[in-house]
Design a protein around this ligand. Structure first.
Ligand SMILES: NC(=O)c1ccc[n+]([C@@H]2O[C@H](COP(=O)([O-])OP(=O)(O)OC[C@H]3O[C@@H](n4cnc5c(N)ncnc54)[C@H](OP(=O)(O)O)[C@@H]3O)[C@@H](O)[C@H]2O)c1
Length: 256
């Protein structure tokens, strides 16, 4: 059995898939988690190395979440890439609240449950990486709930980093900016996301930042890309209401 085992949730999507491919290339045995069994099987077939497992589970359901949490308790994983998540574009009152609750459940509740299972069994040297977003630093009209879920992920991860430091367990909040994945069309964007094309990164760029953080034991919020880092830093210099107004310029112009 491989000594380095990583679990990647949302493994068949743009960012998760790239994590799985790179971790496998670096010699990790990877446990791949998503809902689609066919896509998981196909991904496993394309990974280098051996010992990869698939776990088809809907993390938005009690049964699916329990199955994945149980796997983390039963089998030691040295890295958890807690990455499954989705967004919804639109004015808050224009999106059914049930869908927004599903998003909170996956992006926050399920991520928290898996972090708990992972950290309860973690050993010195292990790493928890939670995928957040640069939108976690600024409220975003037209993605009000999504941005709030990612603010939760950043705050949660930073507090866990401090708690876990004495145990030698590292905690990272990976913060991608706009990334070229199916995320945006699934979130309801008509053609592309409401960002200028120059702001988009490829999933490889995001994963490079994530792997640098895992291998280099970098902690806390890790922002992917110099442009994104500069934007986050400059946003901290402005009054918060100004920042919300600026973000509002990018919001799709659908009336509430
Ligand atoms: N793309 C961006 O611009 C961007 C920017 C910042 C942060 N992020 C964050 O990065 C993470 C990955 O996003 P991505 O861009 O790679 O998205 P993506 O391409 O849409 O992939 C999402 C992945 O999550 C899985 N998934 C969705 N719902 C699930 C559920 N209920 N249970 C289990 N798995 C589920 C999907 O597979 P199945 O559908 O088969 O389940 C898929 O593997 C998310 O947390 C997202 O918020 C993305």
């Amino acid at each position: 059995m491989a000594s380095k085992r990583a679990m990647v949730t949302g493994a068949t999507g743009g960012i998760g898939r790239e994590f799985a491919l790179h971790l496998a290339k670096e010699g990790w045995a990877v446990t791949l988690v998503a809902r689609g069994a066919g896509a998981l099987e196909q991904l496993r077939g394309g990974l280098s190395g051996a010992g990869h497992q698939i776990l088809a589970a809907d993390l938005g359901t009690d049964a699916g979440l329990t199955a994945v949490a149980d796997r983390l308790s039963a089998e030691h994983h040295t890295v958890l890439v807690n990455n499954a998540g989705f967004g919804l574009y639109g004015w808050f009152t224009g999106i059914p609240v049930s869908k927004q609750r599903d998003m909170i459940r996956l992006n926050c509740e399920s991520l928290t449950t898996l972090a708990y299972s992972f950290l309860s069994a973690a050993q010195p040297g292990d790493t928890l990486l939670n995928t957040a977003s640069t939108l976690g630093f600024t409220p975003f009209p037209s993605s009000a709930v999504y941005a709030a879920t990612k603010a939760y992920v950043i705050s949660f991860s930073e507090a866990l980093w401090y708690e876990q430091r004495p145990r030698g367990v590292n905690v990272i909040a990976l913060c991608p900016g706009a990334t070229r994945t199916p995320f945006h069309t699934q979130a309801g964007a008509s053609d592309a996301a409401p960002y200028p094309p120059m702001m988009f990164q490829d999933p490889e760029d995001v994963v490079r930042t994530g792997l640098r953080a895992i291998n280099g034991r970098r902690s806390g919020a890790q922002i992917s890309g110099l442009l994104n880092a500069a934007l986050v830093q400059s946003s901290r210099l402005l009054p918060r209401t100004w920042m919300v107004r600026i973000m509002g310029v990018f919001a799709p112009k659908t009336a509430p």
